[in-house]
Every structure is written in C-alpha cells, then in structure tokens.
Write a protein that binds this ligand. Structure first.
Ligand SMILES: NC(=O)c1ccc[n+]([C@@H]2O[C@H](COP(=O)([O-])OP(=O)(O)OC[C@H]3O[C@@H](n4cnc5c(N)ncnc54)[C@H](OP(=O)(O)O)[C@@H]3O)[C@@H](O)[C@H]2O)c1
Length: 277
C-alpha cells in the first residue's frame, strides 16, 4: 500500500472535535500539527499575522472557527484564511459548520468557492457540551436550567463528527461533499434530563428559565460578552424549531448509523461522576 505522506493541520486542536481528529491522525502515524492559542502551534483568529506560519508545508486543514461562524467577523476571517491557505499550497479544507445558521452558510460557500478541494461537515448540537462543554456543570448540579422550552434537537456525538472529518481528510471520495450530520433521535432538554436521571441513577431535572435570567447567570459566572451574545443568538434564533429533523450525513459518509444519546451517557460515566448522589 502507498504510504500517506500528507501533512495535516488542525485548527482548534485543543477543542472537542479538534483534539479527537488530531489524536486519530497522529494515532495512525500521520504527520499532523495542532494549532490554537494554547496548542502546539500558536494560532489566534483575532491575530491574522499568526495564521501564515501554521500553514507552511501543509496539504490538508481541518478548520474549526471560534466562537461560531455566525459572528460578524467570520466571513472575512474565513475568506482571508482560505486565500492564504491557497497561496501556501494547501490542497484541501474540511470545514466544521453549524446547522440552521444562515451566517454559517455564507462561510461554507466561501470555502466551497475558494478554489481548494473541500468537504463541509454541518453538525447539530454536540452531546459533549454536557460532558466537556459549558453545560457540564448542570449535570453535577442536577438541574439543566436553560432558556428553552419543548423544542427538540438531534444532538450528535462528536466521535461521529470526527469519524466523518477524518474520513474526509484521508479519502478523496469525500471531496466536494456537504455532510449534514445529526444524531439519530430528536430530544428536548427535558428528555435529555430524563436520560441522565435514568442512566446516572440520580436526579437531573430540567428547568426553563427566562433569557434575562440566563444572561444574568452567565454574567455572574464570568462568561465573556461575545460568548453570551452567541449563546443568546443560538437559544433565541437557531433553537426555534428549524432544526427539528434528523438527517443521515453520518450514514452517508461512513455507512453506519450515528450514536444514540443514551450510549453517549453510558460511555462517559466517568465525566458525570462528580455530581451529588
Ligand atoms: N458545540 C456545539 O454544539 C457545536 C455544534 C455545531 C457546530 N459547532 C461549531 O464548532 C466550533 C467549535 O465550537 P465549540 O464551542 O464546541 O468549541 P471547542 O472546539 O470545544 O473549543 C474551541 C477551540 O477553539 C480554540 N480557540 C478558542 N478561541 C480561539 C481563538 N481566538 N483563536 C484560535 N483558536 C481559538 C480553542 O483552543 P485555545 O483555547 O487553545 O485557543 C479550542 O481548541 C464552532 O465553530 C461552533 O460553531 C459547535
């Protein structure tokens, strides 16, 4: 078999998907570099002068943007990044995008028309927001308190997203494909709380709070204003029912179904062991 000598760059390599994609490629003995503010290679979206050095001698990039492709700066940043990648000789970009966000779609189109080979992975909300993201403390505290009602979301396991991303970086059959990836079931936040209660054998409740209460809580937790603005947008606009459908992007890309939320909780019991019994 021909040896894979490609060089891969992971932007956001310390994040939920970035770290897993990095480890999967490195685990196969491939040549991979991780970039972010606290990673192997210093890269800051807010300082474009840091981007060029990370792109030297790179063939393919896994591109995650932070905090979200919906922020006003994103289209300009993505356009600049793609142009620079092209100049530096990059051949392929796999972009992580979010569902139901018109602004993210603009960024997807910038990658798709960049002149580089591309794959777009457009994902629903991550299960891992509850194990390693900002909803983690809710599970320890025993109450998921969010400004959301009965709306459902097809939460996805980042392991599934990463398998699609890795496949796209290793096999050219995924070039020019947009994979919309979701979990296999639509779940409300109340249903999520019920699953946690059942699997963890301790009570996890759901409480709907007002947007004002949510913002005050985040401010007192020291969350920065850009993140608060982004979450407000996600809860008030994106989580309005527009994403209440399941799609089979994981199956299309990998030929197997996506993981269920219950499996995620069972597989991550260690992450939830800190809560009150
Ligand atoms: N979470 C979800 O449910 C979800 C769903 C769909 C799509 N997405 C998309 O996934 C992406 C990642 O979101 P996430 O919230 O889950 O975060 P994450 O990937 O877990 O973590 C953020 C990553 O970005 C890096 N980062 C933060 N600020 C940066 C900066 N100024 N410059 C360069 N790198 C920076 C962080 O590393 P350092 O701290 O080392 O810089 C970290 O590696 C976003 O574009 C989001 O829209 C998320």
């Amino acid at each position: 078999m021909q040896q894979n000598t490609s060089k891969y760059l992971i932007i956001g390599a310390t994040g939920k998907t970035g770290a897993r994609v990095y480890n999967k490629l490195a685990g196969q003995g491939l040549n991979v570099k991780g970039a972010s503010r606290h990673g192997e290679v210093y890269f800051d979206w807010r300082s474009p002068e840091t981007w060029g050095a990370s792109l030297v001698d790179i063939d393919a990039v896994y591109l995650t943007y932070y905090p979200d492709l919906a922020i006003p700066e994103a289209p300009e940043d993505i356009a600049k990044f793609c142009a620079l990648a092209k100049i530096k000789g990059v051949k392929h970009i796999t972009l992580l995008s979010g569902r139901g966000e018109p602004a993210a779609k603009v960024c997807e189109e910038l990658v798709q028309t960049s002149g580089l080979s591309w794959t777009v992975v457009r994902a629903s909300w991550f299960n891992q927001n509850f194990s390693e993201g900002m909803f983690r403390d809710f599970i320890d505290a025993g109450t998921i308190a969010l400004p959301v009602g009965a709306v459902t979301e097809p939460f996805i396991d980042v392991a599934d997203i990463c398998d699609v991303v890795v496949a796209s970086l290793l096999n050219s059959k995924h070039n020019g494909k947009l994979y919309e990836v979701t979990g296999p079931e639509l779940l409300s936040f109340k249903q999520l709380a019920d699953i946690f209660t059942q699997v963890l054998h301790r009570s996890v409740n759901f409480r709907q709070i007002s947007q004002n209460e949510f913002v005050s809580q985040m401010q007192s937790d020291g969350v920065d204003s850009q993140t608060i603005e982004m979450l407000t947008y996600l809860f008030t606009e994106v989580l309005d029912g527009r994403n209440e459908y399941i799609v089979d992007g994981v199956e299309q890309a990998l030929g197997r179904p996506a993981k269920r939320f219950t499996e995620f909780v069972v597989d991550n019991l260690q992450a939830f062991s800190g809560g009150s019994q």
